[in-house]
Every structure is written in C-alpha cells, then in structure tokens.
Design a protein around this ligand. Sequence first.
Ligand code: 13P
Length: 253
Amino acid sequence: MRTPLVMGNWKLNGTKESVTALVKALLEPAAANSGVETAVCAPVIFIGMVEELTKGSALKYGSEDVDVHVSGAYTGENSPAMLREFGCTYAIVGHSERRAYHNETDAVVAAKFRAAQDAGLIPVLCIGESLEQFEAGQTTEVCATQLKAVIDACGIASFSKAVIAYEPIWAIGTGKTATPEIAQNVHAGIRKLLAEYDPAVAEGVRILYGGSCNAKTAYDLFRQPDIDGGLVGGASLKAPDFQVIIESASKTL
Ligand code: 13P
C-alpha cells in the first residue's frame, strides 16, 4: 500500500506574508490526515522561512529545482546539500517549465535526479507530453523516453527513493485536467514500464498526477489505482482549496 502524497508546487509565487499565512493554515490539515503525506515545494528564497514555520509539524517541504553541483563557481545555483541543510525532504526535477524555459534536457534532468539523491533528497521526477504530442498519440512514447533517460543514468533501484509526477503539459495551468481515465492509463503504463525492470520497485513507487488538479477534480483522480496523489500548482496557493485536495486523498484510503 502506497502512502498518498499531496504536494504543492508554488512556482514563482509568494510574499513573506502569504507564505507565512499559507504554511500556518496547512499545519493542521497536514497533521490531521495522518494517512496522507503533505508537502510544499517553495521558491528557494522562502525555504528558510518554511523550515522555521514547519518545525515540529508533519508538513514536509522541498525545492522546485536543484543544481547538479555540490559547491563551486556556479553563480545563482542552489546545491542539493544546501537544500538538505535547510531541511528539505524533496526536490522537483525536470518540471516541464524548467525543460521549456531553461532548456533542461533529459540528460540534465537525470544528473539533477542523481545529485538530489546523492545528497539525501527525494527527487520528484516530472514527465509529460505537450498538446501536440498528446494529439499525435505519442504520450506513452514521450513518457517512456523521459523515464528511461533517468533509469539508464541512475538505475532502476534509484526509483525506490524517488517520486514520479505525470504532468501533461496541456493540462498545466489551463484548467483542462486530464480525465481520470486518461491519467490512470498513463500512470498504469509508467508502472508497467518500471515493472519490466523491477516489479517491486514499480509497485512501491508513488506516481503523482499534476495539471489543473484542484478541489473539484482531485478526488476522482486520486481514486484511480495507479494515481498516488497530486503535484498541485495554482490550487496549492489557496489554503482552503489545498486542504480539500488533501482531504480528497484521505477519502481514498
Ligand atoms: P497547475 O496545478 O497550476 O495546473 O500546475 C501543475 C504543475 O505544474 C505542478 O507542478
């Protein structure tokens, strides 16, 4: 039985005031739904604040990206060791916005996945197809290529300490959530691919859905057998909505 994980991805949003209010509002829901793991991924500048605000609570947190280097002359980057020192549990790697706006290739994403894991962070590997690829029926192939790049570089066993997030690009921030059937199909395909390498790893890994996952759509998505929670953008910035999403996950237990 996989523990559902509901994770917020704040992207480039927040002020000191809004972050304080949001984290405080999530401390109780995170503790109340003991069968569900809850986490937020924050812009790095807020991570020290999140560390202070979440002390002693069940709410976990992470970064939205991570560099491949531990230290050195890499202006502007944040190393996995630094994120660990500030108490991060997770690091998102390969988000489609990083792939698109920062030219992150599958090889770069695999290197970030490995660097995060080496430092003791749990990488949350994002994969997913564009609208064009979806319409051309290439979803399975695109997801397999993105996944295999990491399996080849880091080994299948590395997925026993990682999370996968299927995020169809056409569903991100568009309000067009993938139907539970579409998402379940892709998630089952991802698990099947992993099972070809190692059935136990495939059975244990949590595969989150992301892309307009909100208070209305979460429950029907989370009810699917291969959907183990959500990676939530816009709706994670509103405490009442995120709370409903956490509750939706607990209702599936
Ligand atoms: P939205 O929930 O805003 O569609 O964003 C999803 C996402 O990209 C999470 O990483």
